[in-house]
Design a binder for this molecule. Structure first.
Ligand code: BZD
Length: 828
């Protein structure tokens, strides 16, 4: 698309920066309310105040946004482009206010109108453009790039409907559409001047011009528009503002007028419906490949739009693509944007006339690829015939890349046929499929896992042969979380306490939390730490009482497992332990039981039958236990519906105990584990994902590790492990499973959980039986520890003080240095 000519202004191009005192803020909020929203303060509803406040904060962000963009343009610094199908960013107002240091002044300004800032902030809908850890990591990374001064642009999809809203009806998950854009979105700016055409289908023709080598030209039959929507991402202290650019699909012709005029009113809209469908809904599957054509369309659509945008910007600033890899780093967040490798090759070779080898060199130097899973069912592989039909030229390019890699492997490294079959971009075994992991790997100069253990397992399993071929490429980048959202904003009580105790330096460098480590032995500090925790538990208890009418005892252990529901994450193990505990309390009421509240939240993929059964079971068990006066204040089970970022912000600070109990070797990293520990919870967990490194940082006395290790799990699986003999010799486990099988939790359908239970007897793939005993014993150890509040809170303080390394600022600095060569100190 050719850009329209710009008007060159004379004189000042940016208005004076705005003042941040409460008087000015209050005046401007009133002005927005009046002139942008057209409401008188007396008629204004909370929602109007939210919008007026957002607009006032937004103005301040824009000043910084211009400055950041100008700086990068002027210095010519390298930019990082983070390509991700998902950005689970949640609410933005509090984040922006916090990072601009406006928390106090805004609160004060709104008070003048008798408006409570917290109530207003809570009205903002969550931007739920992601499924779980992967999407939330992308959001933490965007914030940390801005906070650490890395010029970064996130590229993704502007889904009209984000992750579904979960309701629980008679114990079962029901999925409802989510409508975050219903009231408009004041954070986004539509950029019609950044609109690109994206093609699908058609054929490839060879074009020959005299004196030039023949060129391949793709002639798509279908074209849609990608329109950019920009959201500012404010870094800490507002020093840098980066951009999240999300693409929305539109038809080139919004309506087929001929069809309309001839009376075909529905047919007239078919094209635009088909185009808009691309960005209508987020796929809610996080653990198996979606497999549908629409998903591949989404992947190509946002990859192709982002690359056109990157190339246009680069050519405008530098005049040539020769320097692309010097000025541009593109990170592929999992394989969802992996088709970018083929698309960049197409643009370089077919459109910009580069010779193949040079184009391949630029491509590989530009891309990096992060892997987030080893689960075979989650690895993306597309049927060759679908790929060919939708993206014929990209398919040819993939074949050509493959031929080069295979040549290298067999000629230079002497790979045999089995090894070649393993590295090939085409899986010949399952009806010919394109392996997106292999494509992303060979097209990148750096491939990373998200925890030390996961990275090692990547080398030994999915990428064993490619690692042999390119032994320098795989590296580790352990995940992190942003301390702004996951400490300062969600836990102002703890932030204040820490600031008073160790000074404010940790706000700028979270690893300085270490200064609080010695306070674990300070009784006065511990008491205040405990008081903050109790207040946070009360806040969660109030929410649960409002939403579910369940009353919780704030002196009980708040034992929390919140995350996607998946067999490998083993919510089932936690529920079985709850049933066993319930049985024991009833059998031995005379014992000194430590009161416990087991809290669950999380969504299941709509098509994942077992995960939905686990949700149902949690709710069925909760109903029975909570209704039994025999265990009244000693045990409660709660399933909180519709887990999302905003709910997490209330849950994390309220936990005493964090459940990170995945089958070892299967959780790539986990990031909830870090958020809980930052807020002072103790962890019960397996040696999986980042738990392994948490153990190293926290010290083994401050984290509760149990169960099989990854190699032991692999060994048992090889030996056809089953649960039967373990169940038979473990009465606590057997009784709990018998209770489930008896139908006591599901009187309306006693057979409901037969499958779940018989899987344990016959197979126990997820090692629930194998780990039950160790889990039970560790829980009882924690019961005893909790009675000693001094010891418990002392460990809690150590957790907060020692977890600073798991900040996404640290992760981003490592990516910037080792993969991107961008950001402060990296530009020549
Ligand atoms: O990524 C998660 C892993 O399971 C976690 O262990 C890890 O901490 C985070 C961040 O690295 N993976 C996902 O969340 N995956 C998805 O959400 C997903 C989404 C679509 C398709 C496939 C997977």
């Amino acid at each position: 698309m050719s850009a329209t000519p710009k008007i060159e202004p004379r004189g000042a191009t940016v208005p004076e920066p705005r003042q941040n005192d409460p008087d000015t803020l209050a005046r401007q909020i009133l002005e927005k309310l009046t002139y942008s929203i057209c409401k008188h303060p007396e008629q204004a509803r909370k929602y109007d105040w939210l919008r007026a406040t957002t607009l006032v904060v937004r103005d301040r962000i824009i000043d910084h946004w211009f400055a950041s963009a100008n700086k990068t343009r002027d210095t010519g610094d390298k930019r990082v482009y983070y390509l991700s199908m998902e950005f689970l960013i949640g609410r933005l107002l509090r984040d922006a206010i916090n990072n601009l240091q406006l928390t106090g002044p805004i609160q004060e300004a709104l008070k003048r109108y008798n408006v409570d800032v917290e109530l207003v902030e809570m009205l903002e809908p969550d931007a739920a453009l992601g499924n779980g850890g992967l999407g939330r990591l992308a959001a933490c990374f965007m914030e940390s790039m801005a906070s650490t001064g890395v010029p970064g642009i996130g590229y993704g999809i502007r889904y009209v409907h984000g992750f579904f809203r979960q309701e629980i009806a008679e114990g079962a998950q029901v999925e409802l559409p989510e409508t975050w854009l219903m009231h408009g979105n004041p954070w986004e700016f539509e950029r019609r001047d950044s609109t690109y055409e994206i093609g699908f289908g058609g054929k490839v023709v060879t074009q020959s011009e005299p004196g030039k080598p023949p060129r391949q030209v793709w002639r798509p039959t279908e074209r849609v528009l990608a329109v950019a929507f920009d959201t500012p991402i404010v870094g800490w202290r507002g020093e840098q503002v980066n951009t999240l650019r999300l693409w929305s699909a539109q038809a080139i012709d919004p309506i087929l007028l001929d069809a309309f005029n001839s009376g075909d009113h529905i047919g007239a809209l078919v094209e635009s419906n088909k185009a808009e469908a691309i960005t209508r809904v987020l796929y809610p599957a996080d653990s198996h490949q979606a497999g549908q054509e629409l998903r591949l369309r989404q992947e190509y659509f946002f990859s192709a739009a982002s690359l056109q945008d990157i190339i246009r910007r680069h050519v405008q600033e530098h005049g040539t693509l020769d320097t692309l890899a010097d000025k541009v780093a593109i990170q592929l967040n999992d394989t969802h944007p992996a088709v970018s490798v083929a698309e960049l090759m197409r643009l370089l070779v077919d459109v910009h006339g580069y010779e193949w080898d040079r184009a391949w060199q630029i491509t590989r130097a530009t891309f990096g690829y992060t892997n987030h899973t080893l689960l075979p069912e989650a690895l993306e592989h597309w049927p060759v015939n679908l790929f060919e039909r939708l993206l014929p030229r990209q398919m040819q390019i993939i074949y050509q890349i493959n031929a080069g890699i295979i040549r290298e492997a067999s000629q230079d490294k002497g790979f045999d046929d089995t090894q070649i079959a393993a590295i090939s971009l085409i899986d010949e075994g399952h009806g010919r499929r394109v392996r997106m992991g292999q494509l992303a790997f060979v097209g990148s100069h750096a491939i990373n896992g998200v925890s030390a253990l996961h990275t090692e397992l990547m080398k030994q399993t999915v990428f064993r042969n490619l690692h042999e071929l390119y032994p320098e490429r795989i590296q580790n980048k352990t995940n992190g979380v942003t301390p702004r959202r996951w400490l300062m904003e969600c836990n102002p009580g703890l932030t204040k306490l820490l600031t008073e105790a160790i000074g404010p330096a940790f706000l700028d460098d979270i690893e300085k939390l270490k200064d609080a480590d010695k306070l674990a032995d300070d009784a006065g500090f511990r008491e205040k730490f405990a008081a903050v925790k109790r207040a946070n538990k009360m806040r969660l208890a109030d929410l649960i009482s409002d939403r579910l009418a369940i009353t919780l005892n704030p002196d009980a252990i708040f034992d929390i497992q919140v995350k996607r529901i998946h067999e490998y994450k083993r919510q089932f193990l936690n529920i079985i332990e709850a049933i066993a505990l319930y049985n024991q309390i009833r059998a031995h009421p005379e014992r000194d039981w430590t009161p416990r509240v087991k809290i669950f939240a999380g969504k299941a993929a709509p098509s994942y039958v077992q995960a939905k059964e686990i949700i149902h079971l949690a709710n069925d068990v909760a109903r029975l236990i909570n209704g039994d006066p025999a265990v009244r204040d000693l045990l409660k089970v709660v399933f909180v519906p519709n887990y999302n970022v905003s709910l997490a912000e209330i849950i994390m600070p309220a936990a005493d105990l964090s459940e990170q109990i995945s089958t070892a070797g299967l959780e790539a990293s986990g990031t909830g584990n870090m958020k809980f520990a930052l807020n002072g919870a103790l962890t019960i967990g397996t040696l999986d994902g980042a738990n392994v490194e948490m153990l190293e940082h926290l010290g083994e006395e401050n984290i509760f590790i149990f169960g099989l290790k990854a190699d032991e799990v692999a060994q048992r699986r090889r030996n056809a492990h089953s649960g039967r003999s373990i169940i038979e010799r473990t009465p606590l486990l057997r009784e709990a499973l018998d209770a489930i099988s008896s139908g006591v939790f599901a009187p309306d359908n006693p057979a409901r959980y037969h499958n779940l239970v018989s899987n344990l007897y016959n197979n126990d793939w997820w090692m629930i039986c194998a780990d039950f005993d160790a889990y039970w014993k560790t829980q009882r150890q924690l019961d005893v520890l909790f009675l000693d509040q001094t010891a418990w809170h002392s460990k809690g303080v150590h957790n907060t003080a020692r977890i600073g390394w798991f900040s996404s600022d640290r992760s981003i600095r490592e990516y910037a240095k080792d993969i991107w060569q961008a950001g402060p100190g990296q530009n020549a």
